[in-house]
Ligand binder design. Structure first.
Ligand code: PMP
Length: 499
């Protein structure tokens, strides 16, 4: 209970400047940005030695798993927005286990809900009815607009997208689907086809019947300018639009029309899009693009599928769901990651009419609707409501973006700052005028220094040159000020190295 009270203190907007003084482990010196104090204590670590762990990682895990950083982080404890390593050094986690820890590491209320359900019933499989599944799905669909009222549970974002494509194909009787270049929709047998990053594709068959339209990226794309984005920070690029009319939007919609005309049959099954591209480096589309894309796709018989795996659950601040920021209502919404605050679970939500297509279709997965997962999901939704996390994303995210916008204007290495709410990206460039990406050791040195100064961020974009900031939704203004000082310091060091 004491822990719960402390958490509320650190997560309450009105008391966000109040901190305890019990932090330990992070040593600051006068010329290093000062990390905010923290109310939680490092509980110590008596596991395997760091070097032994690295050897085990290299020898016993898939070689495809290469951890971040020149000296990878051994994370041994997490509380809310904080992570501790084996020595008790504390880090501000601005990546949330890849946009997954939505309400905070080991949130006490979510922990309590999981433990309570674990003591009652772990698992039965959906062959029996269990109470948590109904409690959770009722709460989840209540957050959805329109007729999005039927929920299908899954275990990962890839699986939810696989099922969405399956459902769209069964419902429409059509086969072809379209996604956007630079999208990430998963790495399952279907979804790796929807994912449109060459870096994630390998020498096995994928993507039969899936086509990729030009990415409507106002920063790196062919068209874009200084009014395109729904963000406090606009692209630093001249805009050739007429007042109230986005030329970039027209051009990118024209590209989608080309795919519809030349690459697919008259009727298609589905169009997939993220509301802000996550793995692709927090890329935002021109404001009206998705609305017009949905209209076009529907005119060709396709279902519109919003992948809310990263953008959902209030992260964008102004709305609970990212698609609402584009003024659209999809036919299917897929979600994962933040849904369980780190517990492996996922879902798709659709309309009763579309769900009907599954009547008589035998489809089953062992773990979907697991009672512990559902109890966790239910409690995550409660916490979001109680702690007003969406409002927090709007307030803190806007402030964070405005501060980062100033950093972009100050440092040549920062080509672009973008995002909405607590879904942000900083794109690093070797040349601000040509937008050449910052690659290799130059990027890695900045990335390492940010971590050494105590802040964890992600990495993304096709070139891997975008710093991804998508923290647990409980960060404070003090945390933002600290992180911005750390970024400034790392960008300054880079510029000093270039001088
Ligand atoms: N969609 C999006 C937008 C994602 O970011 C991801 C994961 N990065 C997925 C789908 C796939 O989710 P998972 O890793 O849980 O399969």
């Amino acid at each position: 209970m004491a822990l719960l009270r402390q958490t509320f203190k650190s997560c309450n907007l009105t008391t966000r400047f109040i901190h305890g003084n019990r932090s330990r482990g992070y040593v600051t010196s006068s010329d290093r940005p000062r990390m905010p104090e923290c109310e939680f204590e490092f509980e110590g670590y008596d596991g395997k030695h760091y070097d032994q762990t690295r050897t085990l990682h290299e020898e016993k895990l898939s070689p495809s798993l290469s951890p971040y950083y020149s000296r990878p982080l051994l994370a041994t404890q997490g509380r809310m927005q904080w992570i501790w390593d084996q020595n008790g050094k504390r880090y501000l986690d601005l990546f949330a286990g890849i946009v997954t820890v939505s309400v905070g590491h080991c949130h006490p209320k979510v922990n309590e809900a999981a433990q309570k359900q674990m003591g009652k019933l772990w698992h039965t499989t959906a062959i029996y009815m269990t109470p948590p599944i109904y409690e959770f799905t009722e709460k989840l669909v209540a957050t959805m607009p329109g007729d999005l009222k039927v929920c299908i549970l899954a275990n990962s974002g890839s699986e939810a997208n696989d099922m969405a494509l399956m459902l769209a194909r069964i419902h429409t009787g059509a086969f072809d689907a379209i996604s956007l270049r630079n999208a990430y929709h998963g790495a399952g047998p279907y979804t790796i086809g929807l994912t449109a990053h060459g870096t994630w594709k390998h020498s096995y068959a994928n993507g039969f019947g899936i086509h990729h339209a030009m990415n409507p990226d106002p920063y790196r794309g062919v068209w874009g300018g200084s009014h395109c984005r729904d963000s406090p920070v606009q692209v630093d690029r001249t805009c050739s639009c007429a007042e109230g009319h986005c030329m970039a939007e027209d051009e990118y919609i024209g590209q989608l029309e080309e795919v519809l005309n030349y690459s697919v049959p008259p009727k298609i099954a589905a169009f997939f899009a993220e509301s802000i591209q996550g793995v692709g480096g927090s890329v935002q589309f021109p404001k009206g693009y998705l609305k017009r894309a949905f209209e076009l796709v529907r005119s060709r018989g396709g279902l519109c599928i919003s992948d809310e795996v990263q953008t959902g659950f209030g992260r964008m601040g102004s709305h609970m769901w990212g698609f609402q920021t584009h003024d659209v209502i999809p036919d299917i919404v897929t979600m994962a990651k933040g849904i369980g605050n780190g517990f492996p679970m996922a879902a798709l939500v659709t309309t009763p009419a579309i769900a009907q297509a599954l009547k008589g279709v035998l489809h089953f997965n062992t773990f979907s609707g697991n009672p512990v997962a559902c109890a966790v999901g239910s409690s995550v939704l409660d916490v979001m409501e109680e702690e007003k996390t969406q409002q927090r994303c709007a307030d803190i995210g806007t402030y964070f973006l405005e501060e980062l916008g100033k950093v972009r204007d100050q440092y040549d290495v920062v080509g672009d700052v973008r995002g909405k709410g607590l879904m942000m990206g900083i794109e690093l460039v070797a040349n601000k005028a040509t937008r050449d990406p910052l690659l290799g050791p130059d990027f890695v040195k900045i990335f390492d220094e940010i971590k050494d100064l105590g802040v964890l961020v992600g990495r993304g974009g096709y070139y891997g040159n975008v710093l991804r900031i998508k923290p647990p939704m409980c960060i404070t203004v003090d945390d933002v000020n600290f992180a911005v000082s750390v970024f400034r310091r790392a960008f300054q060091s880079y510029q000093d190295r270039q001088a």
